[in-house]
Design a protein around this ligand. Structure first.
Ligand code: HEM
Length: 538
């Protein structure tokens, strides 16, 4: 019962094949026994206590009691849709990935999300948005698990638990929902200045999108592309919405949060239902794969940096059309499991220390969230390519495997092409030389410039966009309880741009500091660590 196919125009062929959840004309127990009454429990007499022997009562309530699964530890609030991706063939020179070939159609499932809020939170909060795409290619699933902001907060995945702890609600009061409006968030980003670039995007209109349909998407990391001859290039992925990029203004976003917290999911579902299928063009920026992995002085392994499109234009390689709403939110949108390690021949990861940690994290979290190792058998995760993985058993195993020898090669279950020796393999992974290095816990020097690109971002904004950004910083920093944190963030802004800093300081009623001139991390000094927190109990 895999996801269904789509026609050349991208229109769905009809209802997807369903797992056999609800069939037949009458109600039954989960084991198929016909039920005549599901409204009254079995009792000892008309007004007596309920009997333990009422199997139907126990089964019905037992199943209800276990309906919830853990929400995602991040990106819990999301909405998905099915669609089709059609390659232009233009990526052929740099990647042998078959799904990028001219006219090749690949079914996809996309899940948009906010990062910080819980599953029931509002859609229009100020936050980064997830933009995750599962391509069911003939060579296996390829997942492009990106965001609507092209840079990330941190440069090394080992800091991910820390930034998320800082951004999630305070452990004591469990407030607030929005990413940016509290002390721990501003404490973290003002002491980890590599976050500055992301924070600038987050305080901009990009963090209050008007619709999922009007959001850009970015793979963020640099990927390695491999062509048919084994040649490699480095590349960044971009999704460009056909409807253009549009945002809400902050006042609108706040009102909508109250009036219609489901604004974005309603918008997407309604658009698809009415046939107004949203589209995004996929593009790549391509860079030579040099040993230093830099381009025009920009470290391509640093996920807090972009490469300006003026330096490396985005080249279109295919079109995504979303054309079918999920039939069941839980089965599809909730159970979909993306993973940056789901790659196909022709696309590989790089040594970006953020993506390296992600390679571990997604599988690990899904093991708990989807209760066991068989989550790729869930219909929405099932590849459209044949699967012959030799995995066996485990919680929620749905396959009935034939044969007695679950290993290859073997001489018991008959010969087959999977017994081919390594010399016969059609696809050989490109060997990347590993640098000779000692083990260290240190960032490269090229990761140290935290302010040049935030400054470029500020300078690229129109006067209205600048005004919105200043007001966002003022509003969000104004929510901090700790004066010292506001002052420290002003120091960060002073290093980005004096006008930005002055205007935010004015809004906060604080003096504007001058830049330290240090294009590097503001490490928490002993003095800063003296700032005690007594809130909230006194
Ligand atoms: C989930 C993007 C960094 C751990 C997600 C999702 C997106 C995303 C879009 C939601 C997927 C969905 O809709 O189901 C990104 C981007 C990153 C990034 C663009 C940086 C460039 C990280 C890092 C870690 C991490 C560094 C951990 C070290 C997770 C986890 C989930 C998640 C645990 C929940 C997955 C699940 O429960 O299925 N991320 N993420 N992410 N991310 Fe990331």
């Amino acid at each position: 019962t895999g996801p269904e196919t789509v026609t050349p125009t991208g229109a769905p062929t009809g209802a997807p094949k369903q797992a056999k959840g609800q069939q037949g004309e009458y109600l039954t127990t989960s084991t198929g026994l016909r039920l005549y009454d599901t409204d009254h429990s079995l009792k000892a007499g008309e007004r007596g206590p309920t009997l333990l022997q009422d199997h139907h009562l126990r089964e019905k309530v037992m199943h209800f009691d276990h309906e919830r699964i853990p929400e995602r530890v991040v990106h819990a609030r999301g909405y998905g849709a099915h669609g089709v991706f059609i390659g232009y063939g233009t990526a052929g020179k740099v990647s042998k990935a078959a799904f990028l070939g001219d006219g090749v159609e690949t079914p996809v499932f996309v899940r948009f999300s906010t990062v910080v809020g819980s599953r029931g939170s509002a859609d229009t909060v100020r936050d980064t948005r997830g933009f995750a795409t599962k391509f069911y290619t003939q060579e296996g699933n390829f997942d492009l698990v990106g965001n609507n902001i092209p840079v990330f907060f941190i440069q090394d995945g080992i800091k991910f638990p820390d930034i998320i702890h800082a951004a999630k609600p305070h452990p004591d009061r469990e407030i607030p929902q929005a990413q940016s409006a509290h002390d721990t968030f501003w404490d973290f980003v003002s002491t980890h200045t590599e976050a500055t670039h992301h924070v600038m995007w987050q305080m901009s209109d990009r963090a209050v999108p008007r619709s999922y349909r009007t959001m850009e998407g970015f793979g963020v990391h640099t990927f390695r592309l491999v062509d048919a001859e084994g040649g490699t290039s480095l590349a960044k992925f971009h999704w460009k919405p056909k409807l253009g990029v549009h945002s809400l203004v902050w006042e609108e976003a706040q009102m909508i949060s109250g009036v219609d917290p489901d604004f974005h999911r309603r918008d997407l579902a309604d658009a698809i239902e009415s046939g107004a299928y949203p589209q995004w063009e996929l593009g790549i920026q391509v860079f030579p794969d040099t040993p230093r992995q830099t381009f025009e002085g920009i470290d391509l392994l640093d996920p807090t940096k972009i490469v300006p499109e003026e330096l490396a234009p985005v080249q279109p390689i295919g079109m995504l059309t979303l054309n079918r709403n999920p039939m069941n939110y839980f089965a599809e949108t909730e159970q979909v499991a993306f993973h940056v390690g789901n790659l196909v021949p022709g696309i590989d990861v790089t040594d970006d220390p953020l993506v390296q940690a992600r390679l571990f994290s997604y599988l690990d979290t899904q093991l708990t969230r989807l209760a066991g190792p068989n989550f790729n058998q869930i219909p929405v995760n099932r590849p459209h390519a044949p699967v012959n993985d030799m995995f066996r058993d485990g919680f929620h195993q749905h396959a009935v495997h034939a044969g007695v020898a679950p290993y290859r090669p073997n001489t018991l279950d008959g010969g087959n092409p999977f017994d081919a020796g390594p010399e016969d393999r059609p696809f050989v992974e490109v060997a990347q030389p590993l640098p000779k290095a000692v083990k260290i816990r240190q960032a490269p020097a090229s990761f140290a410039d935290h302010f040049t690109q935030p400054r470029l971002f500020w300078q690229s904004l129109s006067p209205v966009e600048k005004e919105h950004l200043v007001r966002a910083f003022t509003f969000e920093l104004g929510k901090c309880y700790e004066q010292a944190i506001r002052e420290r963030e002003l120091m960060v802004l002073a290093n980005v741009d004096p006008v930005l800093c002055k205007e935010v300081a004015q809004g906060l009623g604080l003096p504007a500091p001058t830049a330290t001139g240090r294009p590097k991390k503001v490490m928490p000094s002993p003095a800063l660590s003296q700032i005690g927190r007594t809130w909230p109990t006194d």
